[in-house]
Design a protein around this ligand. Structure first.
Ligand code: 5GP
Ligand code: 5GP
Ligand code: 5GP
Length: 208
């Protein structure tokens, strides 16, 4: 069906490598609940347009309602930990993501469904497993951008977007992975548009 106008076209599901958030000049703070495990964490599930633009803060009347997701809090603490300073319990990060991004997919997903979708997508992607089984490990070694993309493409079915940042010694390192998801939040799709990379051809995968 040709759809002339919709709220958004697809989601970016964005995962962050905690080692690469923490070893920058900005540093990081572990959440009140303790050091996250050495795994990718969720950054967000972001409604996007096919042309690269995106809506934000779509419902200024919305509030983050902790009671709606009370049974998910344990999973969110584990899978969507906050690393910003000062140390906090994560509610600030989840609130920010809900209000800025989640409210723009309210036509598809309510608040509970939005967080559930993200948690399920993380499980489905199983990124760290995809990389380690291809010999790409968070051990401070350098890898080719292409081998990282290939390993994720093998596991997820589609080419990911890879975002790098630089550590305090100015090495380009694996910071975030962008996967594209259909606008019901359930399946990975081929990215209509890959985000700009900012990676060197050799990328460090730091320990955490
Ligand atoms: P946000 O304002 O993007 O919308 O992010 C701004 C704050 O996030 C920064 O002041 C910084 O504290 C934190 N931040 C963003 N990117 C990074 C990063 O790569 N590493 C660290 N440690 N903090 C970051
Ligand atoms: P940065 O400028 O650090 O890449 O991104 C800052 C923030 O802007 C992100 O945390 C995210 O909220 C938003 N953002 C950046 N790029 C995109 C994008 O391609 N799509 C969407 N939906 N949001 C983005
Ligand atoms: P964005 O607007 O980029 O989606 O979200 C980034 C905002 O969330 C920033 O204001 C940043 O300070 C805050 N934040 C809290 N915890 C984290 C974290 O673990 N990673 C990132 N990237 N941002 C975080």
């Amino acid at each position: 069906v040709l759809c002339l106008s919709q709220d958004f076209d697809f989601f970016y599901f964005v995962l962050q490598w905690p080692g690469s958030y923490c070893d920058t000049k900005q540093r990081c703070c572990y959440p009140k609940t303790g050091k996250p495990s050495a795994d990718f964490g969720i950054h967000g599930l972001w409604p996007n347009y096919n042309d690269g633009g995106y809506p934000s803060n779509c419902d200024t009347n919305s509030r983050f309602d902790k009671s709606e997701i009370s049974s998910l809090i344990g999973s969110l603490e584990k899978e969507w930990p906050t690393l910003s300073c000062p140390s906090n319990d994560g509610v600030k990060f989840w609130t920010h993501e809900w209000l800025k991004h989640g409210t723009c997919s309210e036509s598809e997903l309510g608040q509970r469904e939005y967080f559930e979708a993200a948690l399920q997508l993380k499980q489905k992607a199983n990124l760290l497993q995809a990389l380690t089984s291809a010999g790409i490990k968070p051990n401070d070694e350098f890898y080719e951008l292409e081998e990282i993309e290939d390993a994720i493409r093998q596991a997820v079915g589609f080419t990911p977007g890879i975002e790098c940042n630089v550590d305090s010694s100015r090495n380009s390192q694996l910071y975030q992975v962008y996967l594209c998801v259909d606008n019901s939040g359930s399946d990975f799709i081929k990215c209509p548009l890959l985000p700009r990379a900012k990676c060197g051809s050799r990328i460090q995968f730091p320990k955490f």
